[in-house]
Design a protein around this ligand. Structure first.
Ligand code: FAD
Length: 446
């Protein structure tokens, strides 16, 4: 595609995961791209305490990276996790549950900061991408494409032919469209928050198996831990924010120690800074963002968390945001780069899918905190894996379809419902046959 004129500059607001990848994709299409980020350059600063966030990167995200040759570079910093390791409350050996029927498929633990920096490097290295740090969007004229930013030097303005909001769950671009009257939104916050804790290396080695995502399912609270390349683990504790058993209810060192000794006994000897981490790391909020439309007049669009933030329990927020970028690129192809057609088409293709993963993520929270340790869940997983092996490609579990395929999320929900209906009918038939056999045998005995 030929180089475009200055008039065609596209503004991407937010140099997070979606924004940086989007800048790479748009630059490859030949657009000059201005990438505006409210923070200073994250590659030169330090991460805010308790906000490191480890992501599980899976097939959808990898597919988006692969398409522009970034997969190998990113995966060099990732650690594969082939299943969940369930830590029982009564202590004893944790139990490994494979994610796939074949046992060899993995999701990948990577720090959000490392991933963001790799994508920022890739975007900034492109000649037609310019990155403006310390630019916080505070104003937007959606039809004229004029943006106002707060910078350390004061307010500045800039104009672009198209403005794309990749500025996360609390999107300022979405806020501007809301104020303009261009969209409606709903924010559903969970009454749960999250806090990060750390398990450092033990004698220079991983203190837990690095090949698994560790889960401590405890009903009202839940903790997970993902491995880091420096052999530490980042733990995330999910717990109600308020109430008698909540983050708000626990503050003294003795109470914190008591809580972990009771509910997470095997963590205590592995986390020497537990009390300090707990007292000083912030509590993050969790919620689902929905809005519509995702674009105004073909001039301003939303992408990633800005359009559809979800709770993190399926490990899909970033994967979904990356998939958005691939879909927008496809829509631009199909619409000959007519943004007024491409942006509505993008929303049409993605909105149902975003809603489907939002629902699956909420449902997975219940599964992770309550069900994974139960014998019923274990048996269900074993049956599912057996079916997957017996009927390869014909029976595929929801987890596999979400994490190890690029089947559209909405299609995953439909397919899984259909599979359950068939398995349910077969099971009911088998039970009926068995009951008939038992009745006949009993009849012969009389
Ligand atoms: P963000 O990554 O939030 O980026 C937004 C960017 O915009 C930031 O750089 C921000 O500084 C910038 N910005 C904000 N406002 C402005 C402004 N006014 N002007 C300019 N710039 C601005 N996803 C997964 O796929 N797998 C996981 O395992 C996973 N685990 C998670 C665990 C937790 C605890 C949390 C909270 C999230 C998790 N996620 C996970 C979700 C994932 O982090 C998000 O979905 C992903 O970061 C969204 O990318 P984004 O680029 O849309 O938004």
């Amino acid at each position: 595609m030929s180089a475009r004129s200055e008039r065609d500059e596209i503004a991407v607001v937010g140099a997070g995961l979606a924004g940086c990848l989007l800048a790479c994709y748009l630059a490859r299409r030949g657009y000059p791209v201005a990438l505006y980020e409210r923070r200073p350059d994250p590659r030169t600063g330090t991460v805010e305490r308790g906000r490191s966030i480890n992501l599980a990167l899976s097939e959808r995200g990898l597919d988006a990276l692969r398409r522009i040759g970034l997969e190998d570079e990113v995966m060099a910093d990732a650690l594969p996790m082939r299943g969940r390791m369930i830590h029982p409350v009564e202590g004893g050996e944790p139990e490994f549950q494979s994610y796939s029927g074949s046992g060899d498929r993995a999701i990948n633990s990577i720090s959000r900061g490392t991933l963001n920096n790799a994508l920022l490097d890739a975007a900034a290295a492109l000649p037609n991408v310019r990155v403006a740090f310390d630019h916080r969007l505070v104003g937007l004229d959606p039809l004229g494409g004029e943006m106002t930013f707060e910078t350390p030097q004061g307010k500045v303005t800039a104009t672009a032919s198209v403005v794309l909001g990749a500025d996360g769950a609390g999107s300022a671009v979405r806020g501007q469209l809301l104020a303009y009257g261009g969209l409606t939104e709903s924010l559903d916050f969970l009454d749960y928050g999250y806090k990060e804790l750390t398990i450092p290396p033990l004698g220079g080695e991983f203190a837990l198996d690095p090949g698994a995502l560790h889960i401590w399912p405890r009903g009202t609270s839940m903790m997970i831990a993902l491995p880091n390349p420096d052999r530490s683990f980042t733990c995330t504790l999910f717990w109600p924010t308020h109430g008698t058993r909540s983050f708000a209810s626990l503050s003294s060192p003795a109470a914190i120690e008591q809580f972990f000794a009771t509910h997470y006994p095997d963590l205590v000897p592995l986390a020497p800074n537990l009390v300090d981490d707990y007292q000083h790391n912030p509590v993050g909020v969790l919620g689902t963002v929905r809005c519509t439309p995702w674009q105004v007049a073909g001039k301003v669009g939303l992408i990633g968390d800005a359009a559809h933030a979800i709770v993190p329990f399926y490990g899909q927020g970033a994967n979904c945001a990356f998939e958005d970028v691939v879909e927008l690129d496809r829509c631009l192809d199909e619409c000959d780069d007519e943004w007024a057609a491409a942006l509505p088409l993008f929303q049409h293709r993605r909105q149902d899918n975003a809603e489907a993963i939002a629902r699956m993520a909420l449902a997975n929270f219940v599964e992770m905190r309550d069900k994974v340790a139960s014998p019923v869940f274990r048996t269900r997983k074993q049956v599912e894996h057996a079916l997957e092996r017996a009927l390869p490609g014909r029976y595929v579990s929801q987890y596999e379809l979400v994490s190890f395929s690029t089947t559209p999320y909405a299609q995953v929900r439909r397919r899984v419902r259909a599979q359950y209906a068939v398995v349910g009918a077969v099971a009911a038939g088998a039970v009926a046959l068995l009951a008939g056999g038992v009745r006949a045998a009993l009849g012969r005995r009389r």
